[in-house]
Each structure stands twice: as structure tokens, then as C-alpha cells.
Ligand binder design. Structure first.
Ligand SMILES: NC(=O)c1ccc[n+]([C@@H]2O[C@H](COP(=O)([O-])OP(=O)(O)OC[C@H]3O[C@@H](n4cnc5c(N)ncnc54)[C@H](O)[C@@H]3O)[C@@H](O)[C@H]2O)c1
Ligand SMILES: O=C(O)[C@H](O)COP(=O)(O)O
Length: 596
């Protein structure tokens, strides 16, 4: 990709088939259940069920027109800039999505105030340090960002600040406008031949490095997570933090603000730098201890600094740092080019609309990454997983006592070739939703389980045979609970249900120790009886008389004329009286109705 093209990059609209294997999964999102009997069924994995016919998107900071146009095709768009925190909290309960830049704090109160309606937060830019990700995850709200469209703009601004600082452009400009002509005062330093250290060799850092090399600088970088061969490919050596500090003439900062990078440049690290070093920061203000920087400037360790970002934005007018003669400042303009803002607006609008539609989000920040092809393959198993979770918990007496669940995946695939995070999330959804008002999705499943003290142990059984299908069967067991259907308790004392996918359709294949075979759609009646002729007919006619349509029926028995379990798939919910009539059939010993 040419660097000039990068700033106007558009994120293509994402469909399952167009995603690469590194595409972060979905959060959200609806996955079509390929069921011949229910072809129109949409299956929501994550966030976006229950949306009104036209969702509402609150755009809380200025967004490029092209992005707004895209949003308006799909949603009601409310552009409300400069909201106070209170106003944002008031508005948010009426919104399905929120789009912000770096100027809006999307904190816990915002998620709390949304009362569960907010499904997606779109950050029109890279840094998500203004969004409380744990709160978003807790509330099952997907966070997406626009990570590529402003890369070049930020890199160009870094280079602009470095050159302007080295030649005192801002100071000389102010001086001349004040009526002075100070040619001797503003003698600068050259860039050519100087060592530039790039701290954070990601998208922006590497573009800065590329450009600085073009200016004849010697460029080295420190980034504990960057690949050395990627750096080498553009002629940059990765060095240790200590070496970086000790050799730099210029240091340009390009890491995210995280607990690990907060105040990374401080009194101690400034003391390790060469006297007269120059610092450029277009990353985040918080990566520098600003008071320590003032001390380093005063002592001459740091000759000059050029800053686009600040710990508090806007910084106070009388801040010593801002007013320092050797400091050049801009008001967080790194991403502010027409091209970048247009690109960011399109990138974020596409991500938010896609998320609201239930498509995959390539830029999800708080959802696990599951490659798209894995998702496609797992679709029917995803449905199976949720239904098994739901059946298992409905079989327990008093669902709130469910604390320990064991999930067993039997597969011919090696464990490394089977990603079960999505399945686990769906089992958790199935286990929790029928017994609570919590909405569980891929974003918040593990968190919600932990909050409820629900332990999920996963086990894999490696089968012989062809690994053509990802899974042979899934088994869900709940320990230490009683069941309202005693036959669901296995020999080892747990509630046990097992299922598999047949011709793309999920089936229940085992309840307790009984083999059954019923397609998991509609609802199910499980009925234990003494195995004898005519039972299917008797139960079937009670249901027929009450106009309840049977979609599937299967009987599993221990041995002829001994106990048997009948699994009956029904399209309609039978009335209590109907169930009572079945229970009154002499050979029937117990029965339970389970909603799917
Ligand atoms: N000023 C602006 O307007 C503007 C515009 C765009 C991006 N940014 C900021 O620039 C920064 C970089 O953005 P990006 O798109 O290149 O992100 P990126 O994720 O592509 O790159 C960040 C890099 O920092 C590295 N890193 C993480 N911890 C580190 C550490 N302790 N030491 C050194 N490196 C570390 C990561 O490995 C990664 O390679 C972010 O803070 C972003 O918010 C600012
Ligand atoms: O992280 C980013 O993308 C930049 O800091 C840009 O922030 P902005 O969208 O507020 O300009």
C-alpha cells in the first residue's frame, strides 16, 4: 500500500466470506442458522437483538459527512456535540449506538445510564483510553474503533512537529508577529544524520520511521511486542528501552496509553537520556510525566519538546509545560486532516452500522478474536451449544443453585484446531438467560459467568477418525443439583445433556443415561415411561387433541419393556392441562416441558 493511499483507506463492508483469518470476531452478531425447517431464522450471538426497526445513533463529536451519510441510510442520527457528562447520560438511554472521538469520556455512568439499550460504542479514531472497556464488557456493549484511517495523518503530524521544533518555527513565527527579527536566537539543529528513537513501532510509529529515514535520520525503535523482521524490512533496528534512551537525539512516542506505558518518560528515564535530547509526542499525554518533563527541560537534559497531546485536554492555560519557551504545542491535531477525518468517519460508520445489523466487526476491541472461517464452520454448533446450556439449566430444580458446569467437546480435531470460546460463550448464554434478566453475549459471557459464581470447566475428548467436522458432540453436565426430571441425572450423579449436529441441524442425543434423538427447535417434552406398545400413539393423540403439533419424536430405552425416555419436539407450548393429561397416562412416570 502506498503511504499516500493509507490515509483515505476505506474499510470494506464486512461479510463472513470476506474476512481474513485474523479478523477479530464478532462480537455481535447474528449468525444465520442453516436450518431447512426454519430458513428465515436469524440467530443472535452477541449484542444486537431487540433493536427497534430503525436504531438511533448518537454522534457526540464532529464526524465527517461521508460517515454521517452512511449512518443515516440505516439509522436515526442524532448529532449532539459538546454534551456535558450529565447530558450524555440523559441522552444515552435513547440510543443504540454512540460515536465519539477522544474528547468524550465514555465511563461507567454512561453504560449504567443506557439501561442496556446501548449496544455499540464506536471510537472514530485509534485510542480507546477514553472508553471504559471493562464497563462496556460488563454491560455487553461492543466497542469498535477506526484503527487505520488516521495513521498517516498522525505520522505526518509527528514529522511536522519534529521539523518545526528543530527549526524553532513556532517560536520564530510568534516572535516576528510580535514585531521582532531574531535571526541569531532561532538557530536550529539539523535532522540529517541524527538518531531518532521511535518508541512504539506500530502503525503510526512505523510510518514515522519510514519518513524519518527519507530525511536522512538514523532510526532505531523500541517496542517489546513488535516483530524484528517487520522493523528490519524498513531498515529499522529494534533495541532495548535502555539503549533507546541512551542513544537518542530525538525520541518520538507512539505507544498506546495503558497502565504499563503511563508516565513511561519520568525523572528516572529522563536521567538516562543524552543531554540535549528532543521529544515528540503525538501518542497520549499520559505516557509522559509532565512535571518531570518540565524539570528535564529546565535542567537542559531535554532541549526541546513538541507535544500534540496532554494528560488533561485541554491543558490549563498557565501550565508551565505549555508556556515553556522550548516547547511547541498543538491541540491534539494528529488525526485532523480532511482526508483522515473523512476516512475515519467512513471506517467507524461502517463498523457501527455493521455491528447494529448483526454483521461481523473487524475492529472489535472488547470481543475475542475468532477467525471468520472458524465462525462459519461453528455456526450450527453455536446454536447447539446455547440450546444444550438452556436445556441443562431448565432441568435443574431452582436454577440459581447452578454453580459448576462441565462442558465436554468430543472431536477428531487436535485441541489447537478447535476454538471453543464462542461455544463456551453460547453455553453460558443458554445457562444464564432462562433464569435471569441478564442479556448474555460474546462480549460479556465470561464476565457474567464469573459474576454469578458459575464455574465452567471445559474438557476435550480426542476421537479417532476424520477431522472433517469440527465436533462430534457436545456434552453439558451440571454438578451438585437436583433435577425436576430425575432421568436427566446420569450414573455419575450430574444432570447431563448431549447433542450433535446432523445435516447442519442441532439434535439432542442424550439425556442422563438415555439415548434420544430430537431436533432442537421449538420446544421439547421429555417423558419417562415404562417401555410398552402404544405409548407413542397415546402421547401423540393427547397432543393432537389439544392441537399441539409434534415436529419430532424419539424413544431411548434401557432395555425392551424397561424404562424409556421419550423426547417430543413440539411447535406449540402445551397447556398445563395437556401436560397433566400426558402425566396421567398410566405408564408415564415423569415428564418435563422445556422451552428452547
Ligand atoms: N495525536 C493524534 O491525533 C493521534 C492519532 C492517531 C493515533 N494516536 C495515538 O498514537 C498511538 C499509536 O497509534 P497506532 O495506531 O500506531 O497504534 P498501534 O497499536 O498500531 O501501535 C502501538 C504500538 O505500541 C507498542 N507498545 C505497546 N506498549 C509499549 C511499550 N511499553 N513500549 C513500547 N511500545 C509499546 C505496541 O506493541 C504497538 O506496536 C496511540 O496512542 C494512538 O492513540 C494519536
Ligand atoms: O487516537 C486517535 O485516533 C487520535 O488521538 C485522534 O483522536 P481524535 O479523534 O480525538 O482526533
Amino acid at each position: 500500500m502506498s503511504t499516500s493511499a493509507a490515509s483515505t483507506l476505506r474499510t470494506p463492508s464486512l461479510k463472513l466470506s470476506s474476512l481474513s483469518s485474523r479478523t477479530p470476531l464478532p462480537s455481535a452478531f447474528s449468525v444465520s442458522f442453516n436450518d431447512k425447517r426454519a430458513p428465515s431464522r436469524r440467530y443472535v450471538i452477541v449484542a444486537c437483538s431487540g433493536l427497534p426497526s430503525k436504531p438511533t445513533v448518537l454522534v457526540a463529536e464532529k464526524l465527517g459527512e461521508a460517515g454521517l451519510d452512511l449512518l443515516k441510510e440505516f439509522a436515526n442520527v442524532d448529532c449532539a456535540y459538546n454534551l456535558s457528562p450529565e447530558e450524555l447520560c440523559t441522552k444515552i438511554s435513547l440510543c443504540d449506538a454512540l460515536i465519539v472521538r477522544s474528547g468524550t469520556k465514555v465511563n461507567r455512568e454512561v453504560f449504567e445510564s443506557s439501561s442496556g439499550r446501548l449496544k455499540v460504542v464506536g471510537r472514530a479514531g485509534v485510542g480507546i483510553d477514553n472508553v471504559d472497556l471493562s464497563a462496556a464488557t460488563e454491560f455487553g456493549c461492543l466497542v469498535v474503533n477506526a484503527p487505520t484511517a488516521n495513521t498517516v495523518a498522525a505520522a505526518e503530524h509527528g514529522i511536522a512537529l519534529m521539523a518545526a521544533m528543530a527549526r524553532n518555527v513556532a517560536q520564530a513565527d510568534a516572535s516576528i508577529k510580535a514585531g521582532k527579527w531574531q535571526r541569531n536566537k532561532y538557530v536550529g539543529v539539523s535532522l540529517v544524520g541524527k538518531t531518532l528513537v521511535v518508541l512504539g513501532f506500530g502503525k503510526v510509529g512505523s510510518e514515522v520511521a519510514r519518513r524519518a529515514k527519507g530525511l536522512g535520520m538514523h532510526v532505531i525503535a523500541h517496542d517489546p511486542y513488535a516483530a524484528a523482521d517487520r522493523a528490519r524490512a524498513i531498515g529499522v533496528e529494534l533495541v532495548s528501552f535502555e539503549e533507546a534512551l541512551a542513544t537518542a537525539d530525538f525520541i518520538s512516542l507512539h505507544m498506546p496509553l495503558t497502565p504499563a506505558t503511563s508516565k513511561m518518560l519520568n525523572d528516572e528515564t529522563f536521567a538516562k537520556m543524552k543531554k540535549g535530547v528532543r521529544i515528540i509526542n503525538v501518542a497520549r499525554g499520559g505516557v509522559i510525566d509532565e512535571e518531570a518533563l518540565v524539570r528535564a527541560l529546565d535542567s537542559g537534559i531535554v532541549a526541546q519538546a513538541a507535544l500534540d497531546v496532554f494528560t488533561v485536554e485541554p491543558p490549563s492555560k498557565d501550565s508551565k509545560l505549555i508556556q515553556h519557551e522550548n516547547v511547541t504545542v498543538t491541540p491534539h491535531l494528529g488525526a485532523s486532516t480532511k482526508e483522515a477525518q473523512e476516512g475515519v468517519a467512513i471506517e467507524i460508520a461502517e463498523a457501527v452500522v455493521g455491528a447494529l445489523k448483526g454483521e461481523l466487526a473487524a475492529t472489535a476491541v472488547n470481543a475475542p478474536m475468532v477467525p471468520a472461517e472458524v465462525l462459519t464452520e461453528l455456526k450450527p454448533y453455536v446454536v447447539l451449544a446455547e440450546k444444550l446450556g438452556s436445556l441443562a439449566v431448565q432441568l435443574a430444580t431452582g436454577g440459581s443453585g447452578v454453580k459448576s458446569v462441565k462442558v465436554t467437546y468430543a472431536s477428531s480435531r487436535a485441541p489447537d484446531d478447535l476454538d471453543t470460546r464462542l461455544l463456551r460463550a453460547m453455553i453460558i448464554k443458554g445457562l444464564i438467560e432462562p433464569i435471569s434478566s441478564v442479556f448474555v453475549n460474546l462480549v460479556n459471557a465470561d464476565y457474567t459467568a464469573k459474576q454469578r459464581g458459575l464455574r465452567i470447566a471445559e474438557e476435550r475428548i480426542l476421537l479417532d477418525g476424520s477431522p472433517e467436522n469440527p465436533l462430534e458432540c457436545i456434552q453439558v453436565q451440571i454438578a451438585n443439583v437436583e433435577s425436576k426430571f430425575a432421568s436427566a441425572i446420569s450414573d455419575s450423579g450430574e444432570i447431563k445433556v448431549e447433542g450433535r449436529v446432523k445435516d447442519g441441524v442441532p439434535h439432542l442425543t442424550k439425556v442422563g443415561s438415555f439415548e434420544v434423538d430430537v431436533s432442537l427447535e421449538g420446544s421439547i417434552i421429555l417423558c419417562r415411561q415404562v417401555d410398552q406398545p402404544g405409548m407413542i400413539g397415546k402421547v401423540g393423540s393427547v397432543l393432537g387433541e389439544e392441537n399441539v403439533n409434534v415436529s419430532f419424536m424419539s424413544v431411548g430405552r434401557i432395555a425392551p419393556r424397561k424404562q424409556a425416555v421419550m423426547a417430543i419436539g413440539v411447535d406449540e407450548q402445551p397447556t398445563k392441562e395437556t401436560l397433566k393429561k400426558i402425566g396421567n397416562i398410566p405408564a408415564v412416570e415423569e415428564l418435563v416441558f422445556l422451552k428452547l
